[in-house]
Ligand binder design. Structure first.
Ligand code: NAG
Ligand code: NAG
Ligand code: NAG
Ligand code: NAG
Length: 466
């Protein structure tokens, strides 16, 4: 008997601990902050080797990072030991990088700074083909500082350039157009400015372009529509403006399109539905307005759809419920109206659903109960005014916030007290649960309210046992 009692108490304590953890991982999700890393940043893993974890990392998920590593991390070519085969022109060009980009301050610079222009295949971060052609440069996170020399014409065999996470400033050099074999270009997290280079429009093997967190202006050049091999395009956190770039709607091989935190505006084009290979689409924090095109329903491979913080209005198109591979759906901070369709139940892979700060009305559909993978639900700051369902939710739902809303019908007390019910796990405007937190909501308060419930549960279990 005593043993059973002990186990029960232990279980109760465990539950308490679990409860307190709930929600905390999503921190200030419910806040009004325009910090872009909140809602959907899974692992904060960075594409292509940049090490920033503070920002702009939303929607970059593990798969994506793995891809980037694959692209950039292959080392199929070995440096030739026969230094006689190295092209001294290429070494000279690299030596100019060393002097222009404050080489003596670099974190790693083995081999660099020599006067022997036949050895660059052995310098830190330089990779050559067996013919002695410089094919890859990996100088990410290495304290490079300055303006990139305009000598890329001396490095025509490059297939990969990684200069991410440094302090490069000024425009990209014109001679970038000489690097016609380029497959992957990574300049994430620098201070580059000027317009996006037209050079990327004429590279026949280009698959990946990472240019997040710089200060590029203007828009995507029209000739990028010829970059038909592009699969990964990251242009987030720049100063790009103008309507949704037409060129992008032609890039049908795209798997990752991330243009968040820019100043793009206007309506989303129907042609966005051409991008049928997209896995991630992130348009967050631009100034797009008008309806979500129903053609979005053609993007059936989508795993992550982020359209938050714009001025999108109208109803959620029914076609969105065709996106059966969606795991993360973020439509928060828009002006969406109408109901959440019962068809939401077809999105069985959903783990995160973010629709807070809109004008959605009606019911929370019973079909929420089919979403067995749910970890995080943000439907707070809407105008839901129908039923709150008696359905269960996967236990424990990591985070759920539904206030304020104005539900007319709430489940009865037995449901509200059932730890497996959606109502129990969420903060709902159904007197019993949210009496004290009705006015305002934030991650912190929700955590508190869940914590309180758990504490109450814990205390009552103990009381029962004694
Ligand atoms: C170059 O790097 C060194 C060492 O980090 C630093 O002291 C120096 O200020 C840098 N030079 C310039 C021009 O920034
Ligand atoms: C780019 O930045 C440099 C300094 O980093 C500045 O002198 C130049 O005016 C900027 N150019 C544009 C087009 O903003
Ligand atoms: C990335 O860009 C965002 C938005 O412009 C900015 O808030 C953030 O500080 C930048 N992060 C870094 C590491 O530069
Ligand atoms: C959406 O907003 C636009 C202006 O941005 C307005 O003209 C249009 O009527 C709105 N549509 C709906 C359905 O509210």
């Amino acid at each position: 008997m005593r043993l059973i009692l002990g186990i029960l108490i232990l279980l109760a304590i465990l539950k308490l601990v679990t409860c307190q953890d709930d929600g905390s991982d999503l921190g200030d999700d419910g806040s009004d902050s325009d910090h872009p890393s909140d809602d959907l940043s899974d692992t904060s893993s960075e594409d292509a080797g940049t090490s920033d974890t503070s920002d702009g990392s939303d929607m970059t998920d593990t798969t994506d990072a793995t891809d980037a590593t694959d692209n950039l991390g292959t080392s199929d070519n070995t440096s030739p030991t026969d230094s006689g085969s190295v092209n001294p022109t290429a070494c000279t060009a690299l030596n100019q990088w060393y002097t222009s980009l404050n080489g003596t301050g670099w974190a790693a610079r083995t081999g660099w700074g020599t006067t022997d222009m036949s050895t660059c295949c052995t310098w830190y971060g330089v990779e050559c083909s067996i013919l002695g052609q410089v094919t890859k440069i990996r100088l990410g996170s290495n304290r490079l500082q300055g303006q990139l020399p305009n000598n890329l014409n001396m490095l025509p065999d490059l297939t990969m350039i990684d200069l991410s996470n440094n302090r490069l400033y000024g425009p990209l050099p014109d001679t970038l157009s000489s690097v016609t074999k380029l497959q992957s270009f990574n300049a994430n997290f620098n201070e580059l400015n000027g317009t996006l280079p037209t050079a990327f429009g004429s590279m026949l093997a280009l698959t990946s372009v990472y240019m997040r967190n710089n200060s590029f202006t203007g828009t995507v050049p029209d000739n990028w529509e010829s970059s038909l091999t592009l699969t990964d395009l990251y242009l987030g956190s720049n100063k790009l403006t103008g309507p949704f770039p037409t060129a992008l709607t032609k890039l049908t091989k795209l798997e990752y399109l991330v243009i968040d935190n820019n100043g793009f505006n206007g309506a989303l084009p129907n042609e966005i539905g051409n991008l049928v290979n997209l896995f991630t689409l992130n348009l967050k924090n631009n100034n797009f307005y008008g309806p979500i095109p129903s053609t979005i329903g053609s993007l059936v491979r989508l795993n992550t759809l982020t359209l938050s913080s714009q001025a999108l209005n109208g109803t959620i198109p029914d076609t969105i419920y065709n996106l059966v591979n969606l795991e993360k759906l973020d439509l928060s901070n828009n002006r969406l109206t109408g109901n959440l369709s019962p068809k939401i139940g077809s999105l069985v892979k959903l783990t995160k659903i973010m629709m807070s700060h809109n004008g959605l009305t009606g019911d929370i559909p019973d079909q929420f109960g089919s979403l067995t993978q749910l970890q995080s639900v943000m439907l707070n700051y809407n105008s839901f005014n129908g039923q709150f369902p008696a359905t269960t939710a996967p236990l424990p739902l990591g985070f759920c916030n539904m206030i304020p809303n104005q539900f007319q019908t709430c489940p009865d007390k037995s449901v509200l007290g059932n730890v497996e019910s959606l109502a129990f796990q969420c903060s709902v405007d159904c007197g019993l649960i949210t009496g004290t937190t009705k006015k305002k909501s934030s991650g912190v308060q929700v955590t508190h309210s869940i914590g309180k419930i758990c504490m109450a549960l814990f205390v009552s279990i103990i009381a029962l046992l004694l």
